[in-house]
Write a protein that binds this ligand. Structure first.
Ligand code: SAH
Ligand code: SF4
Ligand code: F3S
Length: 455
């Protein structure tokens, strides 16, 4: 069958879609770049906030005419929802008239089987003179062991390869749906991960990004997360090793030292703060106080010179007062993050916060707070980026700049985007770029030498 797959949500879903493609192709299906001539449409959906739901439902609504057309033609048509959205909603997704397959993040090995069953018309429909009924198939059982060992992700070519090193989350931050959609933490054996990295280097990937819901909680018998990073950084051909998303609770000294010591492990840490008030941090169950977070930042900066720090923040968590918000504002000012993702609290059914605390901060107040925080972060990022003018950074070229003809884009080690006149060098090359201009989200400069440093 021809399968069209669309992905929403975070890098974990993107990486899972690479597994899904591999499983489907292995089973004899063909991947299709468009919906119209597909027999199977799969939407790998996210559940993290209400707008993630809306995106998937919006996509499903657009499939209504095609579902009706296929029904008229009595041609099999499977529409499946996958990922965190599937795990979170389960059978309730069948209330949407186009959906007839649901599979959660630990059920992808069953997909070929589910597709085969869902694609077969229900028996008896024809005999009664009516159109055959649509069959509905679901597998949304979470596993405590599934890591898709032996499934080789089907990646598109590029400079960066995502490598899932652990799955699941055991933290149960009170606002978050992920522990319910992704299940318990489990890590892949170090040798298996490093073998994959080796293969990626041979295929020409220059950067690997280790992924996990709590990537630095990675641990197996005999290997820590620091061991894993160091192992990957030693693989010939790999120029950069990154990881996301870590939790502030798992940054032991040896991990920071590994990042500091190895030039190929990027000096960039995404350190989700979420909120700046101790009372709110406690209600969120984040397991650190503002003082502890600040001392971790100090320790990181003392160990890893020029480290880039980025973060995630939530405004409008239940009971957040103006004073609590000021604490977040104050923390953002004090730390001076290089960039931040800022979200309005979105109540998720089934979470501890949804059970215990009403979502009482008004939409207006949430908007007001997010705008103030955006403005602050904008100012901080601009200041930090302006400080980079006149300095030279090593940039990993990603490709042509879409918005500036004759320019290329790439990233610094600190994950900042750099735009510069085309060098003629291919994606994957490393070039020194002198920074001439700065905006809050990007740097603009000129490549110094047209030589490939390490390619
Ligand atoms: N495991 C990662 C990423 C989790 S999801 C981590 O712990 O950092 C990414 C971000 O989405 C979170 O860091 C948080 O800032 C935000 N988020 C999660 N649940 C949310 C909710 N219910 N409402 C608003 N933002 C949320
Ligand atoms: Fe969600 Fe917290 Fe787990 Fe991150 S650590 S995925 S925010 S429960
Ligand atoms: Fe969304 Fe699941 Fe990622 S809820 S953010 S796709 S882990």
């Amino acid at each position: 069958m021809k399968v069209y797959l669309e992905t929403y949500g975070c890098q974990m879903n993107v990486a899972d879609s690479e597994l899904i493609r591999s499983i489907l192709v292995e089973a004899g299906h063909e991947l299709s770049p468009q919906v119209d001539d597909s027999d199977v449409v799969l939407v790998n959906g996210c559940a993290i906030r209400e707008n993630a739901y809306r995106k998937t439902y919006g996509r499903l609504d657009l499939l209504r005419p095609l579902r009706l057309e296929r029904q008229r033609e009595s041609r099999p048509f499977v529409v499946g929802v996958l990922g965190c959205m599937a795990q979170n909603m389960k059978e309730a997704l069948f209330r949407h008239p186009v959906v007839n397959l649901v599979a959660g993040p630990d059920s992808y090995r069953a997909l070929p089987d589910l597709i085969a069953k869902a694609g077969r018309p229900k028996e008896g429909g024809h005999r009664s003179g009516r159109r055959p009924k649509i069959k509905k198939e679901i597998d949304a059982d979470l596993s405590i062991v599934e890591t898709y060992s032996g499934v080789e992700p089907l990646r598109f070519d590029g400079v960066n390869a995502w490598v899932v090193v652990m799955r699941g989350c055991d933290n149960f931050c009170t606002f978050c749906v992920v522990p319910y959609t992704r299940g318990r933490e489990r890590s892949r054996p170090k040798d298996e991960v490093l073998e994959e990295v080796q293969g990626l280097a041979e295929e020409g990937f220059k950067q690997v990004t280790f992924l996990g819901q709590n990537v630095n909680s990675y641990r197996t018998e005999g290997a820590s997360f620091a061991d894993l990073l160091l192992g990957a950084a030693e693989v010939p051909g790999i120029e950069r090793v990154r990881f996301t998303s870590p939790h502030p609770k798992d940054f032991p000294e040896p991990l920071l030292e590994a990042i500091a010591a190895h030039p190929k492990i990027c000096s960039h840490i995404h350190l989700p703060l979420q909120a700046g008030s101790d009372r709110i941090l406690d209600l969120m169950k984040r397991t650190y106080t503002r003082t502890e977070f600040l001392s971790l930042v100090d320790q990181i900066r003392a160990t890893i010179p020029n480290v880039a720090l980025t973060t995630d923040l939530i405004v409008g968590f239940p009971t957040e007062t103006e004073a609590d918000f000021q604490d977040t504002f104050d923390m953002v000012e004090r730390v001076g993050f290089d960039s931040a993702y800022i979200f309005k609290y979105s109540e998720r059914i089934g979470t501890i916060a949804a059970r215990d605390f009403p979502d009482e901060v008004s939409p207006k107040v949430k908007t007001d707070r997010i705008v103030r925080l955006f403005d602050l972060q904008h100012r901080i990022a601009l200041e930090k980026n302006r400080d980079k003018i006149g300095k030279t950074f090593e940039v990993l070229i990603e490709g042509e700049a879409e918005k500036r003809v004759g320019h290329q884009i790439g990233k610094t080690e600190g994950h900042m985007m750099v735009v510069f006149p085309s060098t003629g060098l291919p994606p994957g090359a490393l070039v020194p770029v002198e920074i001439k201009e700065a905006s809050p989200a990007a740097l603009f400069g000129e490549a110094l030498r047209l030589s490939v440093l390490n390619a």
